[in-house]
Design a protein around this ligand. Structure first.
Ligand SMILES: C[S@@+](CC[C@H](N)C(=O)[O-])C[C@H]1O[C@@H](n2cnc3c(N)ncnc32)[C@H](O)[C@@H]1O
Length: 301
């Protein structure tokens, strides 16, 4: 009898695993400051209930995908970032998945023929106007550039050199199609905007959960990467962001933030719950070396 019950349990577990892995999707870009390795920790600090998820520094969207995979009650999600090319890629994945995967497969062939030649040809194109071509270029460069870094020069042009990969998967069709389905089948909007404009303060309340994952406050002048955009993200931006945190808190929203463990951050958020987290970060000024990084998770609930 016990053996039979165990057998049934095992079959059920296998079936659930299958369903779960079928549904799982993950970030389609490798992103500086991406939260994949911190996901289990972030999950421990989520609010118990919310029906509107808002992520205004979306990047690779690691927490959003984790929430989707864990089937949280996401009635509605508002996702944004000020990186136009990144957001264009999300929208193309949502609306033009067939054309995109076809072009990515073509780029994968071209890249394999002559990696350097194709990489620099693609990187240095300055007039990509078509959305699908732009997304294919963006994803290909992300998969093949040095450290998966997105960095622009003072004129706003992507300027990362080629990375060393033997056989990068430029077209991860299974994951891209899962993301496409997720974005079309859930109540999710994705748009380009500065975080200052992306949240309508009158339309958020105690049912809103806002995850703020800004460029980190640098631990010292050389250690941290903040050049996602040509303007960067400096001390005054950190201060301004803390004012938004307070405003959202005053509206009774649930707000969670990730940042570096610096004296500025501790001072700005001293009224809230600050949890220390130790992590290994790969993308920094010393190239591929992974260094220990002290971070914090800040919550108002
Ligand atoms: C630390 S990353 C977010 C990483 C993301 N949570 C993930 O899992 O990949 C910070 C993001 O903020 C975006 N960003 C920088 N300045 C911004 C601004 N002023 N408004 C909106 N987004 C901004 C960058 O483009 C970048 O994607």
């Amino acid at each position: 009898m016990t053996r039979k019950i165990n057998k049934i349990k095992q079959i059920m577990n296998n079936t659930f695993d299958k369903i779960r892995s079928n549904a799982n999707c993950h970030p389609f870009v490798k992103w500086a400051g991406g939260k994949t390795q911190l996901i289990s920790l972030l999950n421990q600090h989520l609010p118990k209930q919310f029906n509107h998820y808002i992520e205004p520094f979306l990047g690779g969207g690691a927490l959003f995908f984790s929430l989707i995979n864990n089937k949280r009650m996401l009635f509605k999600s508002s996702l944004s970032d000020n990186n136009k090319e990144l957001i264009n890629s999300y929208l193309v994945i949502k609306n033009n998945i067939d054309e995109l995967t076809e072009l990515l497969k073509e780029y994968e062939i071209q890249y394999k023929k002559d990696q350097e030649k194709f990489y620099y040809y693609l990187r240095d194109i300055k007039n990509v106007s078509d959305g699908v071509e732009n997304a294919a270029r963006f994803i290909t460069l992300n998969k093949t550039c040095y450290n998966g870094l997105y960095r622009v020069n003072k004129s706003g042009w992507f300027n990362v050199p080629i990375g060393r990969y033997k056989n990068p998967k430029i077209c991860d069709e299974v994951n891209l199609r899962k993301i496409s389905q997720t974005l079309t089948k859930t109540d999710t909007i994705v748009f380009t905007d500065d975080y200052r404009n992306s949240i309508n303060i009158n339309k958020v309340d105690e049912n809103s959960f806002i995850y703020l994952d800004p460029p980190y406050d640098p631990i010292n002048s050389t250690s941290s990467f903040t050049a996602y955009t040509k303007k960067g993200f400096g001390k005054s931006d950190q201060i301004e962001l803390s004012l938004l945190f307070r405003k959202l808190s005053d509206r009774n929203c649930k707000v969670m933030m990730s940042n570096s463990d610096t004296s500025l951050v501790r001072q700005l958020y001293r009224a809230f719950d600050i949890v220390s987290v130790s992590t290994k970060r790969q993308i920094n000024s010393v190239g591929t070396k992974r260094i220990n990084h002290q971070e914090v998770i800040i919550k108002n609930y």
